[in-house]
Design a protein. Structure first.
Length: 271
């Protein structure tokens, strides 16, 4: 089996009546951050796929071209499964959320229409350089197996984060192969991560403020929680912009192989 395994998955999705927003460890900040991330990647990952398609013929290394193809196929599966889950989020009724998502959609349409290939591949690499670190950290934490994590959300995000680890090197290697400009790469880390976190922070505020009235004060995100999240992001973001950064330096724990085998067995189809 290729280390970047393309899995066709199907996950249970909560109905509108069963969905509760505090679906990750019962935590307001973790739950809304994950829900917002799911909304984000549903439009980000089609952008990834289209952007990579535009440069595929420029990738001269056959092995890297295959990795890029598999990366694209994994991402195509991700956004489809998140679109399924996001129906429950939208059905919960958040004033202003659909408009914020539409603005995000227009952003990516603009990047495709007006950006350069270097901008788009740099954007992808900037995003992946952060999410690889996040995926390794959150999988090691056991968060998705927490007793107060809803099974539907835990399974979806655990699978997604596993595949982020599996394809962790591809965006970096494609960027280095095609461009190799460190300063521009560092700039794009800042641009893409800022774009992502602005969207996530907007959505967490929208959802949390609406749910306090419906579900109680447990849905509030406190100033302390926001500061802790910002602090944890800062270190990971800074690392992505260092001159010597490379995802090839990450040590992948042995239990990732077990998780990979588990989802491969669970998949409806693999390649």
């Amino acid at each position: 089996m290729h280390p970047i395994t393309v899995r066709t998955m199907k996950f249970d999705v909560p109905g509108a009546a069963e969905f509760h927003p505090l679906c990750v460890a019962g935590s307001s900040v973790l739950s809304y951050t994950h829900l917002a991330m799911g909304l984000y990647v549903a439009y980000l990952e089609p952008f990834f796929v289209k952007s990579l398609r535009r440069v595929m013929d420029q990738i001269r290394d056959e092995a890297l071209r295959e990795d890029a193809e598999r990366f694209s196929l994994q991402e195509a599966q991700h956004y489809r499964r998140h679109m399924d889950f996001n129906k429950a989020v939208f059905a919960h009724g958040y004033p202003g959320l659909e408009q914020r998502v539409e603005a995000l959609k227009r952003d990516f349409e603009g990047f495709l229409a007006n950006g350069t290939d270097r901008f788009r591949i740099g954007y992808i690499e900037g995003f992946e350089s952060f999410t690889t670190q996040f995926a390794l950290r959150v999988l090691a934490s056991g968060l998705y197996d927490h007793r107060r994590t809803a099974r539907e959300a835990g399974d979806l995000f655990k699978w997604h984060m596993l595949e982020e680890v599996e394809h962790r090197n591809v965006a970096f290697d494609v960027y280095q192969h095609l461009y190799g400009d460190y300063l521009y790469r560092a700039r794009m880390c800042w641009v893409s991560q800022r774009h992502m976190f602005r969207f996530i922070d907007d959505c967490t505020r929208l959802m949390s403020s609406r749910d306090i009235a419906r579900h109680g004060e447990g849905c509030q995100i406190t100033v302390r929680q926001r500061l802790l999240i910002a602090t944890s992001r800062f270190g990971m973001r800074a690392r992505t912009m260092l001159p010597g950064y490379t995802p090839h330096s990450y040590v992948v724990p042995p239990d990732i192989a077990k998780l990979s085998a588990y989802f491969t067995q669970l998949a409806r189809d693999t390649r």
